[in-house]
Design a binder for this molecule. Structure first.
Ligand code: FAD
Length: 391
């Protein structure tokens, strides 16, 4: 397969989100230079929280950013699952010391800008990584022994290979997979963050609390060493078709959550300006590489957020990809095939399980909710070992 003509040519990375920056960092650790081309004027993440489970802490160790993450994350004692209508405590999953003892890495939650900042700082410390902002990749040519990426402003970048880390609406995926637009789930997420002192006492605890009701749920947990509270309210709606993000409508939210417990409505009433996401995913595919071009993270296997794993999978991807690049010694096409072969089943399981959890664990009503409550009571930590043991 086409060996690269220039052994020092960088790998081009389209997109500098969680996946793209993790990929640059992982590649630097195997001696592979890269250029990250990010469309935004700065490296920036949405002001919301993200759950980071033990499987991704294993990756943070490899990437050398565990200390930076631990200094700013929150480590909750447990995940509390409550019925949003009755208030019943359906399930409590301890994710404190017991979880750490079993999985050898912690379960944390972090403010997304803090996670991105840890990745950007680590990338800036590497002489092998070039970070470029304001570069929207619109197209590429695979020459067989190198790749040219072109940007909206008319610039061209030459590299040994190209990794599309350009998220759910990936331009690179259009060429590599060509399976059209993502699937609109019919689920809407409203997200907001507020100073923790503005939150009621029941929400000022180091815990992930999930209030689940018919076609709705609310999740809240503290962020940034406990200084902020993260709120994510999700409901079903066919009113929205495209995956854009914009401001939400508090009245619509109040209507959807009108039958929920007072604690839930009290939390929702604290926010005036919600950011809104139309949630999308895709059916899993087995092949997301073509020659010297591959995909990583949401561009490869976008998932609904019900397992809190999309970002974690992107970071796992980065570590596996870098190892395959190292092993392949210049055969990028071979490395990319080996990488997707190792990743597709695990990421597909996350995609499909997330759909199931959304419909049958978070949002069921009536007898289906009763079955859910019964089944959750029998859930053990080992049921999640396939995920949290990591790769
Ligand atoms: C409500 C919600 C909650 C979530 N909760 C969790 C959670 O708790 N845990 C978890 O692990 N995951 C969670 N996720 C999923 C997680 O946010 C994504 O899986 C993750 O952000 C994917 O990272 P990525 O780098 O692949 O893509 P993105 O984060 O989308 O980054 C893509 C980057 O590429 C840039 N870009 C796009 N197009 C181009 C282009 N043409 N040229 C150059 N740059 C481009 C973008 O500006 C962006 O910076 C959640 C998602 C949602 C919606």
């Amino acid at each position: 397969m086409g060996q690269t003509s220039n052994p020092n040519a960088p790998v081009l990375i389209a997109g500098g989100g969680i996946g793209g920056l993790a990929a640059a960092l992982a590649l630097s650790q195997v001696g592979q230079p890269s250029v990250v081309l990010e469309q935004s004027p700065e490296f920036k993440e949405v002001g919301a929280g993200i759950q980071i489970s033990s499987n991704v802490f294993k990756m943070f160790d490899i990437l050398g950013i565990t200390a930076a993450i631990k200094s700013i994350a929150v480590f909750p004692d447990g995940i509390l699952f409550r019925d949003a209508l009755s208030g019943e405590q359906v399930l409590h999953i301890p994710i404190g010391p017991e979880f750490l003892a079993r999985f050898h890495h912690p379960y944390g939650v972090i403010y997304r800008p803090d996670l991105l900042d840890a990745l950007v700082q680590a990338c800036r410390r590497s002489a092998l990584i070039t970070l470029r902002t304001g570069k929207k990749v619109t197209d590429y040519t695979d020459h067989g022994s190198s790749v040219t990426a072109r940007t909206q402003s008319g610039e061209s970048y030459e590299g040994a290979a190209l990794i599309g880390c350009d998220g759910l609406w990936s331009r690179i995926r259009e060429r590599v997979v060509g399976d059209g637009k993502p699937r609109v789930a019919g689920h809407i997420a409203y997200r907001a963050v507020l100073p923790i002192e503005k939150a009621p006492a029941h929400a000022r605890v180091h815990r992930v609390t999930l209030w689940a009701g018919p076609k709705i749920h609310l999740v809240h947990y503290p962020l940034r060493r406990g200084e902020l509270l993260n709120l994510v309210a999700v409901f079903h709606s066919d009113r929205y078709e495209e995956g854009w993000d914009t401001y939400g409508d508090p009245q619509e939210l109040n209507e959807k959550f009108k039958n929920t417990r007072p604690e839930v409505r009290e939390l929702l009433s604290l926010i005036d300006a919600w950011r809104m996401w139309v949630l999308c995913d895709r059916d899993p595919v087995k092949n997301w590489s073509a020659g010297r071009v591959t995909l990583l993270g949401d561009s490869a296997h976008p998932t609904l957020q019900y397992m809190a794993q999309g970002g974690c999978m992107a970071i796992e991807d980065a570590v596996v990809l870098a190892r395959k690049v190292k092993d392949a010694q210049g055969d990028f096409a071979g490395a990319f095939l080996a990488y997707q072969e190792e990743r597709y089943l695990r990421t597909a399981r996350v995609q499909l399980t997330s759909r199931f959890i959304g419909d049958y664990v978070y949002h069921p009503r009536g007898p289906a909710a009763e079955v859910r409550n019964q089944m959750l009571k029998n859930l053990t930590r080992e049921d999640m070992a396939w995920l949290y043991d990591g790769i």
